[in-house]
Design a protein around this ligand. Structure first.
Ligand code: PLP
Length: 413
């Protein structure tokens, strides 16, 4: 999109702002879809970006949806996803959330402990309903090469593989539970297609031995995913040709065993990250000792990921100054408006000379941006979120207002 169009949008909807490009989301979906066997269904992990408009767009692309809370489930339903295309994963589902999911009869509640399974059984029994569940398994190997690993060792996610068979045997006859499948999610941001393929192979192998060991015909196998995108200088693209040939080979090996099984993968980051840019207006430029600072109106409160909050290794997201792409570069540290030294969204970045009124642009911000940020800290109104779709501009979430911070507060009466 050209600079003037972006400035027009910024003038109308104000900074800070997230701007998403529907064409890139559709392109990413098509890329992933065509890199997997036909039978694999893609579930959009809406934790990456829970906007209603994004969910609607994902649905129009053809995804199913993976939710992680009752808020997400509510949004997924509002976006029009049919219940047979909704799965619910979270290690800490509350009773209210489970009741909601059971009332709605979603396709699968992915259970993460036998204690949770017991609560689901009681709720379903009280409601005289049957709940579809899949067991999230913590395999005894980890996600080689993942940016963040979520399996293998001791973890709050899923049920250890060693406990599986005994636990299922102990379930006994439970008429209110329909055990339909298994789920494994091992980690995120995997850039090596071979690793993803080997993980899938192992999951199918595990599914087969579980099917044989329990006599349960698996109706659903959720292979997770972890499809990564390159953010930093030394990152490379996930090799989609390798992903395609590898997953086809693996599927060929197991497809006869799972003729009628729904096969799922989940994806948030791959589908969304590339589509979004975060815009933050430059308020001040200053020097302290040997460093130059660019102070912007939105920082880690709205884009914690770019500040690497909670991470050990710091890398800068790709960033630029709007309209100054070809100007000479100088080193600057980009900060937000917060009263904390951690509010650094770009550390010692090479950028064109910025001036107050310019816009800092953080690329690859479509996934885990606002949704993953401490938005309440220091009570700055939330950024607008805008989508460009076939040349039309959609305001998906309006810019917040100072009054928003009093909504729901009762004070002292
Ligand atoms: C259970 C589960 N599924 C899916 C995802 C989405 O992962 P990604 O955004 O890397 O595709 C996550 C991310 O943490 C997750 O925990």
């Amino acid at each position: 999109m050209d600079k003037n169009k972006i400035l027009e949008i910024l003038n109308e909807y104000k900074s800070p702002m997230y701007l998403y490009d529907a064409g890139i989301i559709q392109r990413q979906y098509m890329k992933l879809k065509s890199s997997l066997p036909e039978r694999f269904e893609i579930f959009y992990s809406m934790k990456a970006n829970p906007l209603l408009g994004i969910c609607q767009l994902m649905k129009s692309c053809g995804t199913r949806i993976e939710v992680a809370s009752e808020g997400e489930l509510h949004t997924a339903l509002a976006a029009g996803f049919p219940v047979q295309d909704i799965i619910f994963t979270s290690p800490g589902k509350t009773i209210d959330e489970l009741e909601y999911a059971i009332d709605k009869q979603i396709y699968s509640i992915n259970v993460e402990s036998f204690a949770e399974l017991d609560i689901i059984r009681k709720i379903a029994q009280e409601k005289s309903k049957k709940a579809n569940v899949s067991i999230r398994i913590n395999p005894d190997y980890d996600a080689f090469g993942a940016g963040i690993k979520m399996s293998g060792g001791s973890t709050q996610f899923g049920i250890d593989y060693e406990q599986l068979m005994e636990g299922i045997a102990n379930m006994g006859n439970t008429p209110h539970i329909n055990l339909i499948g298994i789920h494994v999610y091992m980690g995120t941001q995997i850039l090596n297609a071979d690793n993803i393929v080997s993980i899938m192979d192992k999951i199918f192998e595990m599914a087969l031995s579980m099917q044989t060991g329990t006599g349960i015909n698996l109706e659903f196998i959720d292979l997770g995913g972890g499809f990564g995108v390159p953010y930093f200088t030394n990152d490379h693209q996930l090799d989609l040709l390798e992903l395609k040939s590898g997953t086809e080979k693996v599927w060929h090996k197991y497809r006869d065993k799972f003729c009628n099984t729904r096969i799922a993968v989940e994806s948030g980051r791959f589908l969304l990250a590339e589509s979004g840019k975060f815009f933050s207006k430059v308020l001040y430029c200053k020097h302290s000792k040997d460093r130059s600072y660019i102070v912007c109106d939105g920082g880690s409160n709205f884009h914690a990921n770019s500040a690497f909050l909670g991470r050990h290794i710091r890398n800068n997201f790709p960033m630029s100054i709007l309209g100054k792409e070809n100007e000479p570069l100088f080193e600057a540290t980009v900060v937000g408006p917060l009263c904390t030294p951690t509010d650094v969204i770009g550390q010692r970045v090479m950028l064109p000379k910025a001036e107050p009124g310019d816009y800092l642009v953080v690329e690859k911000s479509g996934a885990y941006g606002l949704t993953n940020s401490p938005v309440m800290f220091l009570s700055h109104p939330q950024p607008a979120e805008v989508l460009v779709y076939d040349d039309a501009v959609y305001i998906l979430r309006e810019h917040g207002k100072k009054e928003d911070f009093l909504v729901g507060q009762k004070g002292l009466g």
